[in-house]
Design a protein around this ligand. Structure first.
Ligand code: NAP
Ligand code: G4F
Length: 348
């Protein structure tokens, strides 16, 4: 049974990757952060008591800020594959917390690579490493962006990910580590964090539809993104680690739409006129914007045999339908006289 260690297992991608690897027969070990409230919603449906003979997913407390902890987990788990998905992944938040973001997304990757180098060197074990890099690294480089496009990061988040990208390449060249970078364009899903723009839109529009919310406040509607479904992207991660040689791959659909177009599609599915509900709030503008991301994933297509299955219309449909169901449940509770807390945070 192959064993995978996943940082960021509680995140959107971590949950889909875990589901996929379980169906492939892997034993999964995930690193979770200690929090005062449960933060395992996305993987609760996969959890079995570790005492159960059927259990194949195990969780370990750890943090990318804590090198010794990462070393301990690595020794304990002895994985065949390591997927580094943990990150402070919100671009706008990275302007508010630049040092923390760099510590986790940049130095955190280094801590993990160093732990792996020591572990492999000392024990003679081999493992394969995947780094979840981002199209944000291209920043202001014009589309279409491929593996040959120069990086021009436009946020602390993007700069930290560029650092991680180069460290991965350096460890591959210097220590012969099977270490690969994904350059992942935006990918979304029903499990997307609620403060990323797609989910913010589907959540608000469905709540508006059911009379639970009046307005949706957004920032820049003109930026264009290449949006795919997270399920497709975790498959590309796995395929990357199954190659004979380690390499870096752009993962993208090749199609880009503006935030405005995404809004239009979502409200149209709900038979609402978005102009009546959407307002611009300057607080959601970033100090500097990434205007246009559209990926050229031909290398992944040819070498990994990967192509996305979900296009924009299906993505919008599944996100809207899932949030509409959540809004219906909220409506029922409200109508029954329960006070339902609205979970949203200002500033991002
Ligand atoms: P996400 O939903 O924000 O999940 C991030 C994960 O990282 C969560 O499990 C989070 O734990 C964990 N984490 C955060 N800080 C940590 C720390 N200090 N130590 C350990 N774990 C920590 O992100 P995602 O959308 O799944 O993305 C996965 C990875 O792909 C990220 O590295 C992201 O930067 C990268 N990426 C994503 C996209 C995209 O469009 N989704 C595109 C390009 C690259 P909690 O649950 O406790 O917060
Ligand atoms: O959904 P977003 O916050 O995603 P962004 O900044 O593209 O970053 C995401 O994709 C990256 C890959 O390219 C990942 F690496 C990263 O971890 C993350 O998953 O914003 C998308 C666009 C931006 O141009 C933003 O300015 O939407 C614009 N936007 C407009 N109004 C908004 C809002 N973004 C957010 N989050 N909230 C708004 O109200």
């Amino acid at each position: 049974m192959r064993r995978a260690l996943i940082t960021g297992i509680t995140g959107q991608d971590g949950s889909y990757l875990t589901e996929m690897l379980l169906t492939k027969g892997y034993e999964i070990h995930g690193i979770i952060r200690r929090a005062s409230t449960f933060n395992t919603d996305r993987i609760d449906h996969l959890y079995l008591d570790p005492h159960s003979p059927e259990a194949r997913m195990f969780l370990h407390y750890g943090d990318l800020s804590d090198g010794p902890g990462l070393r301990r987990i690595l020794e304990e788990v002895q994985p065949d594959e390591v997927y580094n998905l943990a990150a402070q992944s919100h671009v706008a938040v990275s302007f508010m917390q630049p040092e923390y973001t760099t510590d986790i997304d940049g130095l955190g990757t280094l801590r993990l690579l160093e732990a792996i180098r020591d572990y492999c060197g000392r024990t003679g074990h081999d493992l394969r490493f995947y780094q979840a890099g981002t199209s944000e690294m291209f920043g202001s480089s014009p589309p279409p962006q491929s593996e040959a496009t120069p990086f021009h990061p436009r946020s602390p988040y993007a700069a930290a990910k560029v650092m991680a990208h180069h460290l991965v390449r350096n460890y591959r060249e210097a220590y012969d580590l099977f270490a690969c970078n994904g350059i992942l364009f935006n990918h979304e899903s029903e499990r997307r964090g609620e403060t990323f723009v797609t989910r913010k839109i589907t959540r608000a529009a469905t709540r508006i539809k059911l009379g639970l919310q009046d307005k949706l406040y957004l920032g820049n509607l003109d930026s264009r993104r290449d949006w795919g479904h997270a399920k497709d992207y975790v498959e590309a991660m796995w395929l990357t680690l199954q190659r004979d040689q380690p390499d870096d791959y752009v993962v993208a659909t090749g199609e880009a739409y503006s935030v405005r177009e995404f809004v239009e599609r979502v409200f149209a599915r709900l038979e609402l006129d978005w102009h009546e509900y959407v307002e611009i709030d300057p607080r959601y503008f970033r100090p500097v914007e990434v205007e246009h991301l559209r990926g050229d994933a031909r290398k992944a297509r040819h070498e990994l045999g990967w192509k996305p299955k979900v296009g924009i219309d299906e993505l919008v449909a599944c996100m809207v339908d899932s949030d509409l169901e959540l809004a219906r449940q909220e409506r029922i509770l409200k109508d029954a006289g329960h006070s339902v807390a609205y979970r949203g945070i200002a500033g991002d």
